[in-house]
Design a protein around this ligand. Structure first.
Ligand SMILES: Nc1ncnc2c1ncn2[C@@H]1O[C@H](COP(=O)(O)OP(=O)(O)O)[C@@H](O)[C@H]1O
Ligand SMILES: [Mg+2]
Length: 316
């Protein structure tokens, strides 16, 4: 049973898309996407490069127009009410939204004014946020003089300055070191706890996806169902057998006969296994183990789910 929600919390969908489609010349970048994200939810969209994640976020953020289908964000239609959508959302996209020739403070003031924030509020939030990210002494420097990590942090500060109801994060921490990634996630968590903000995230970092309430995988513009990260991993199975070696063909065929289709990634082959397979695997290892340079059985993780889905395989 779901926990009862506090009075006054908006339980409507924050984001709802139906048959959302984007066509570029001959290419269906997004091919009939249905998605519903609840208010306050932290939702992760995962998928290989080119699978349509950014295109989806761009349509929801009203930056590009869908070719077909419909979507509402914060209850507003992305095609008919783009101004209302934009007022409700914050964006941190792969391309920086910062003006490199302006100073840190000027960039934030500009972003705040775009959202009709009073100058006093902009000043307060700017001070607090720059302090938090260790950027206070850079406030009058042009953005061009900041390090890559500082610019990324500033992009995030810019995206949340107006405390949006819904935040779109497209690979927000790519290229950042671990301390900076942690700092950014702590900050976003605090903001979510305080404001109930909905977050739609794309990421390649599994520890980020693990923290999501739900993740969905997208493949060639189509959504492969969504669920809590742990449920996905459980569906994959109890164990993952990983064998490694330069000449795996014979061994992989023997394993496949026992365990069903596996997955090959260069010198490594992966197989899902159940508890009752473990004895058979031990026998195979005794017979054929010398053909592999490494042989291990471990728990599956979200990375395995990602590989399975990206390869077009059914999770069963
Ligand atoms: N402006 C565009 N014109 C033509 N094709 C595009 C354009 N933007 C994206 N695409 C194509 O759409 C597909 C999905 O891209 P994208 O949404 O950026 O994927 P992802 O963010 O998952 O890596 C890719 O094949 C990409 O080349
Ligand atoms: Mg992208």
């Amino acid at each position: 049973m779901n926990a009862p929600r506090a009075a006054g919390v908006d339980t409507r969908a924050a984001i709802r898309a139906t048959g959302l489609r984007k066509r570029y010349a001959g290419l269906l970048a997004v091919d009939g996407l249905d998605i519903e994200i609840s208010s306050g939810e932290f939702f992760g969209l995962l998928g290989p490069n080119g699978s349509g994640k950014t295109t989806t976020l761009h349509m929801l953020a009203t930056l590009i127009r869908p070719s077909a289908g419909s979507a509402t964000v914060a209850g507003f239609d992305v095609v008919r009410e783009p101004v209302s959508v934009r007022a409700a959302i914050g964006l941190v996209f792969q391309e920086s939204a910062l003006d490199r020739t302006l100073s840190v403070a000027e960039n934030l003031r500009f972003a705040g004014l775009l959202h009709d924030l009073p100058l006093r509020v902009i000043g307060e939030r700017q001070r607090e946020l720059l302090e938090l990210f260790g950027l206070a002494d850079k406030r009058d420097q042009p953005v061009a003089t900041l390090s890559g990590g500082m610019r990324r942090a500033l992009d995030i500060v810019r995206g949340v300055l107006h405390e949006p109801r819904i935040l779109f994060l497209d690979e927000p921490t790519i290229g950042l070191d671990l301390p900076n990634r942690r700092r950014i996630w702590r900050f976003i968590e605090r903001l979510r706890a305080r404001t109930g903000m909905t977050v739609l995230l794309t990421t390649h970092y599994l520890e980020e996806a693990d923290g999501c309430d739900r993740v969905a995988f997208i493949r060639r513009g189509r959504l492969v169902e969504s669920g809590a990260p742990r449920t996905w991993v459980e569906r994959l199975g109890r164990h993952m057998l990983e064998v490694e070696g330069p000449d795996l063909d014979g061994l992989a065929a023997a394993l496949e006969a026992k365990l069903g289709a596996g997955l090959r990634e260069g010198d490594v082959a992966y197989f899902r296994c159940r508890d009752e397979d473990v004895a058979a695997i031990a026998r195979l290892q005794a017979e054929m183990g010398s053909r592999a340079s490494a042989w291990r059985i471990r728990r599956p993780n979200l990375n395995d789910v990602f590989l399975w889905v990206a390869d077009g395989k059914d999770l069963g």
